[in-house]
Design a protein around this ligand. Sequence first.
Ligand code: GLC
Length: 549
Amino acid sequence: MIEDLWYKNAIIYSLNLETYMDFNGDGVGDFEGLARRLDYLHALGVDTIWLAPFQPTPNRDNGYDIKDYFGVAPRYGSSGDFVEFMHRANKMGFKVIFDLVVNHTSDEHPWFQQSRSDKHSPQRDWYVWSKEKPANIHDGVVFPGVQKSTWTYDKKAKAYYFHRFYHFQPDLNMDNEDVRTEVRRIMGYWLQLGIAGFRIDALPFMIESKTPESKYEKHFEYLQDMRRFMQWRRGDAVFLGEANVLPKDTEKYFADGDGVHLMFNFYVNQHMFYTLATADIAPLITALNQTKSLPPTAQWAQFLRNHDELDLGRLTDEQRQKVFDKFGPDKNMQLYGRGIRRRLASMLGNHQQFKLAYSLMFSLPGTPVIYYGDEIGMGEDLSLEERAPVRTPMQWSDDYQAGFSTAKKLVLPVIEDGAYGYQHVNVEAQRRDPDSLLNWITALIRLRKECPEIGWGEWEIIDVHNNAVLCICYFWKGNSLLILHNFDEKQYEIQLKLANKKSGQLIDLHKNVTSNADENGVYKIIVEAYYYRWFRVGDLTHLLHRGKQ
Ligand code: GLC
């Protein structure tokens, strides 16, 4: 049954062990700490946990520089702690996925050490070497302003190696069959330990040939091979692709159901922020329609913020500037010339707009992904470098170190100043306050779970003749949803005519009210400033493919 596809209606919560909960008091979060917070996540209502990399690492890129794919970094606990955590999580019904970072390794990985030291070793060709200095070594950097080049000279090897990211992350050569075999071994190992799938890090880069002569050709067959292998080992495991690509290129990643199951919708993400900044829904509608067609088993992952900068690189210069002006006006808030290094709550600056953003993200076609700390409206620490401002420890209470740790020195400092300091923003205070963001998001998660139409159904944007009000309808098995979001600072009355007599009442899913059509079949709906209305309706299938925009 196609409805077995659990990821169609999952709620994903992403976190990094390092900054979530420190049990042993050494200043770094750990598996035991996270295990003790599973009750919290369960009560919140999320059902899938995405863990950032937790393998041994020099940790120069937040763990995305791995030096042993089969281990657990000692500061997070032992392999035994991992298995205990998995056991508890699975018992409580959680699925756990984590990052598969195989575009590159750490330069401390024994494969790279072998590769650079011995020309004749089997590992030599596992990385990408060039004896001559390649032309354009400054092209294609992912972190402009910080990363200088994509090729670096290695004295030991007497050659240049390719690195799409920082110089301490040499790229693996996926064209080498042994590397692909090793990737399967890594997946097999963790699947055997109960992992429900992988977020594939840097997916477009991972599948490409990496020399100028190869023209960086992409090999989607590598992804499909990985998928086949994973599915043999575990039928319900999934791939969640990190690929910030244009809508026209997404099809190949989903590969008719043979590629990734889920992919982050970066394109819609950036246009959501544009709409939040300008109250102009037109570009968002275009982005939604451009990413509409998917194989039946595929799904978008919708998100607002993640552990990286808010990348606005797909907007036009003018659009990006408008988002910068509104949400990241200071130079120090911007990064890599394309993004904003801030958290959602502080960026939007107002609880009603924050709720608007979350309600919108949860109402879009796809599976929602929450970034830890957003559920209580955490802010950022702009005194930290690069992407670190949004990676500070979870704020559990107003106790010492936000209840995250008892250590004096932490892996990253907790936020203690200003309105977003842990004294004001923390879980403990919010769980006792019925009007808190935490309780509001908990209710939103429950609502989303009660609306399976969003995960399964067909959808249509309905033109309500207002540039600031987005109306989306879902249709599934004779059930329909009609959801409105008003991005303007003004209240509007929307008039809707749903021709079908069977439509009947609109039942508001947030408030205990219903709307009836007048004698001409017109519904008049008030949407307050920065507000949202979610309705369940009778059967609206007749509206299908009739959207005007
Ligand atoms: C992905 C991660 C990012 C990391 C990069 C290199 O983009 O999200 O945090 O730096 O890959 O692994």
